[in-house]
Design a protein around this ligand. Structure first.
Ligand code: ADP
Ligand code: MG
Length: 218
């Protein structure tokens, strides 16, 4: 379902140029859960951003569901992302002025889903936050915020979920609960997932583990 072909990315130029990704090749099959591991600074977040179409690569191609991300216009890419991808970040990235419910319904409204309200309520319920539905992110704990972010990411039934250290900002116990929830929901829906993590135990719960080292997959 996803094909990453010879993707290169560097930051800066001249003597301060850093080659972060030196030609990444990767195929991901539908339904796979992939753990992307590697040292801090090895380029995991950079690769995930490129795969999610959030950043521009230097050379290479990324294909998802038969579409080449590089060939889409900005508008096409926005729509393609909304339809096909869900993203969960370490820092939650909720819209601070919207309630939990409004955050979850946002992508559904973007796609003009006629069942938006029903789906959003169901998901809020699924992540155990019905009683916090009308609260703002500032009124929620870190774990609750990440549960909202997971509900939002899965609200549109994406083909693929990208998660960048989703428990990285949470204490151990809360993080473990959030990850259990994420794996449960991904398992139930058969969603393909790319999970960035430095936790070997979390990586082992995925169907495949890939290591990023010195800009290459090993
Ligand atoms: P990881 O997620 O594995 O910790 P990142 O993908 O965040 O690694 O970063 C990889 C390397 O690229 C690091 O050396 C980082 O400093 C550098 N980097 C990331 N983003 C930028 C940027 N916007 N500008 C310059 N350098 C960056
Ligand atoms: Mg990172």
């Amino acid at each position: 379902m996803m094909n990453v072909i010879n993707v290169k990315k560097s930051y800066g130029h001249g003597p301060s140029k850093v080659e972060v990704l030196k030609g990444i090749n990767l195929k991901i099959a539908s339904g796979e859960t992939l753990a992307l591991v590697g040292k801090s600074g090895s380029g995991k977040s950079t690769l995930l951003s490129l795969m999610a179409g959030l950043d521009q690569m230097e050379t290479g191609e990324i294909w998802i569901q038969g579409k080449c991300l590089n060939q889409l216009s900005e508008n096409e890419l926005t729509l393609f992302r909304a339809k096909n991808m869900g993203i969960v970040f370490q820092q939650f990235h909720l819209v601070s002025t919207l309630t939990a419910f409004e955050n979850v319904i946002l992508p559904l409204n973007l796609l003009k889903d006629p069942n938006a309200k029903v789906i959003a309520n169901k998901l809020i319920d699924h992540v155990g936050l019905s009683h916090r539905s009308h609260h703002l992110p500032s009124e929620l704990s870190g774990g609750e915020c990440q549960r909202v972010a997971i509900a939002r990411a899965l609200s549109t039934s994406p083909k693929i979920l990208f998660a960048d250290e989703p428990s990285g900002n949470l204490d151990e116990e809360t993080g473990a609960k959030v990850m259990d929830l994420l794996f449960k929901m991904v398992g139930e829906t058969g969603t393909t997932m790319v999970l960035v993590t430095h936790d070997p135990d979390l990586a082992k719960r995925c169907s495949r583990i890939i290591h990023l080292e010195h800009g290459s997959l090993v």
